[in-house]
Write a protein that binds this ligand. Structure first.
Ligand SMILES: C[S@@+](CC[C@H](N)C(=O)[O-])C[C@H]1O[C@@H](n2cnc3c(N)ncnc32)[C@H](O)[C@@H]1O
Length: 219
């Protein structure tokens, strides 16, 4: 096996990476700050800072106009993707928490993208099932409860247009995926990763970005 991971991401290197990425704007920075201030015990759920510019990049790269996000929390990833959408683009944001997503609503309004985001408060599986069956989604971001990742995947893949992209977050689950005794979220992600790798409808690459992301393109 050729070993590519010879560069350890120290705090200094991480800061260097962020300094060489497109800078976050004032609304994104404020949302990150407010999330840590208001929800210190849950804030680590927020997508990592470098994922904002990455998601925006992927939206532009794919020319996405119709995005589905599964797991919105306080709205950082939805904000980052919506800012990269064209004016007539739409993002459907799925979450179960009115409290957390209220902070997203505020930030989306301040950033002038509220009209591009439709928040649906309900178990995401129900929201996905209620969507049209035909392939119409250009990009989906998977970042909610890990035990349901396979169920979300199975709802999303048939609704994804050919060439469409699914971005799945936390696919390394803090390293639990290589623990033979993993339980809970770690075990669920292991099962999900095997499911994705075996799915011939999609072409997938797993990347060690942040807590691990998999990019999957529909064949
Ligand atoms: C990791 S956080 C999402 C982080 C978000 N992408 C961001 O950038 O801040 C996971 C979110 O999934 C939501 N969630 C958990 N179970 C859910 C379900 N069954 N349906 C919809 N959302 C769910 C939680 O309320 C939480 O806000």
């Amino acid at each position: 096996m050729s070993k590519g991971n010879t560069t350890k991401i120290t705090d200094e290197l991480y800061a260097y990476v962020l300094a060489h990425n497109p800078p976050l704007d004032a609304v994104q920075r404020e949302l990150i700050r407010t999330t840590w201030e208001r929800f210190p015990d849950s804030a680590m759920m927020q997508s990592a800072e470098e994922q904002g510019p990455l998601l925006a990049f992927l939206v532009r790269l794919t020319g996405a106009r119709h995005i589905v996000e599964v797991g919105t929390f306080t709205g950082f990833s939805a904000l980052s993707m919506a800012q990269a959408l064209p004016r007539d683009g739409r993002l459907i944001a799925c979450d179960v928490s009115e409290e957390w997503t209220a902070y997203g609503r505020e930030a989306w309004a301040r950033a002038g993208v509220a009209d591009r985001i439709e928040l649906r408060i309900a178990p995401a599986r129900d929201t996905l099932r209620a969507m049209p069956d035909e392939p119409h989604i250009d990009l989906a971001y998977l970042d909610a409860d890990k035990v349901n990742y396979i169920a979300y995947w199975e709802e999303l893949v048939p609704r994804l247009r050919q060439g469409g992209l699914i971005v799945s977050d936390n696919v390394l689950y803090g390293g639990a995926v290589v623990d033979p005794d993993a339980t809970g979220g770690g075990a669920a992600i292991k099962e999900f990763n095997a499911h994705v790798a075996a799915d011939r409808r999609m072409e997938s690459v797993m990347l060690p970005v942040s807590d691990g992301i998999t990019l999957s393109r529909k064949r």
